[in-house]
Design a protein around this ligand. Sequence first.
Ligand code: HXC
Length: 521
Amino acid sequence: MSKQTEKIKALVEKRELARLGGGQKAIDKQHERGKYTARERIEMLVDKGSFEEYDMFKLHRCHNFGMEKKQYLGDGVVAGSATINGRLVYLYAQDFTVNGGSLSETMAQKICKVMDMAMTNGAPVICMNDSGGARIQEGISALAGYGEIFERNILASGVIPQISSILGPCAGGAVYSPALTDFIIMKEQTSYMFLTGPKVVKTVTGEDIDAEHLGGASVHASKSGVTSFTAKTEEEAMDLIKKLLSYIPSNNREEAPRVECTDPIDRKEDLLNEIIPDDPNQAYDMYKVIQAVTDNGEFFEVQPKFAKNIITGFARFNGQSVGIVANQPSAYAGVLDVNASRKGARFVRFCDAFNIPIVSLVDVPGFLPGTGQEYNAVILHGAQLLYAYGEATVPKITITLRKSYGGSHIVMGCKQLRSDLNFAWPSAEIAVMGASGAVAVLCGREAKEVKEQGGDVKQFLAEKEEEYSEKFANPYQAAQFGYIDDVIEPRNTRFRICRGLAQLAHKKQDLPAKKHGCMPM
Ligand code: HXC
């Protein structure tokens, strides 16, 4: 065997060793925990044979607490580039088989390298988290490593899409890297995210709680809104990432990939002419409207279990990716509150940063009143949504289906927030408030007089409400002032959106020069 051949053989062996991570025993244990290894996860996600690994031979440099004996090629993260459906991505997967995936200085360097490459080459970065957090034996060097990653998350925000999948533990300050990314996917049952674990919680607050109830996928999907998606299996998590990528561009200079559309853009949906109930207090399902107007009825929902009174997600019109924001009358009457505002604002900002037009479907009775909301700063969070809409310069099309009252009318993509096309259905009610509220304010004194004179107060109020509704509970006052560009037949909604998007394809709008705004938070 020539020297060259020997060296090549040694390389192949070294690679094989590196691919074993923390060794077969640790891999078996990982499988017993119901989890895949870092490399298995990458293989599941990327196009076959496309993964190119970097820093496979990198080693940590720690000598504390016997760490010299815990040396594995590549240390606790697998990092590199690959393609997903032919598109370049950079990715890293923490390897729990190596020292619990705990983050060393060396691992942070590997992660930062792929993040830098992603920025240079304008490609999304995807991380797969499964780690015990900062490597305790390395002390401040591990913490500094997190700092380096966080800074890159911040600089990459709005430049390249960043997606985090949480497939195991993610605790302490480590949660901030995923939190700084655009989307989080949590695997049910085997993953959790929290700043302090159950033991510390018990010591500090006396609260008895397990990891799942403190920071499991279901908690973050429905209560905190930290995660954008949950997945029952790791396979499902990878499929969600692929689907998400199909709707978004690779960077903020590109458009989202366009797909061929076989669904006629002038498809009329008679169902929509019937969907609004006669009773203004009766709900209907906004998902049916979304399904009726989008290409092939497809909708990829973001945060489906959180703040169900507002719906956010991606769809396509004539093959073009758009972000849909819609009030949901069948969840708390579609009212806006703290969580709905946060959810909507975050989504609108993502779409705007990545050149994805926003289509808003409005049926909103107002903001939820009360101390519960006021004490939790509904003013600031409502303003957040308002700010996001007002700042967005992507094409914006707003369709008002029914109620659009008061502050919530302004917030949900009104004309004055530089919305491009505002259409209303004939059932739209664009006013300061609903009829009963308005009459209670305007006619209180008169109602008292009617009562004193022995008249029928109920009938009096009903007549006044009728009068108010006739004057204000319609789209024509807004149309009269040009705040609504057209009143449209509901079944034509898909066509009007498709034509609107085509018209706005080359929209160019700027914001005043500034370092950055001070968004209310
Ligand atoms: C070094 C660690 C480690 C860590 C786990 N390991 N976490 N090594 N630093 N942070 C090692 C274990 O010693 C063990 O090594 C191997 O990984 C597997 O861990 P196990 O405990 O056997 O696994 P399991 O029972 O599944 O428990 C997993 C775990 C637990 C829940 C993650 O290991 C744990 O509680 N780890 C500590 C978590 C933590 O408090 N981290 C600090 C968070 S604060 P051997 O050699 O025995 O196989 C933080 C600050 C970040 O991260 C700040 C950023 C600003």
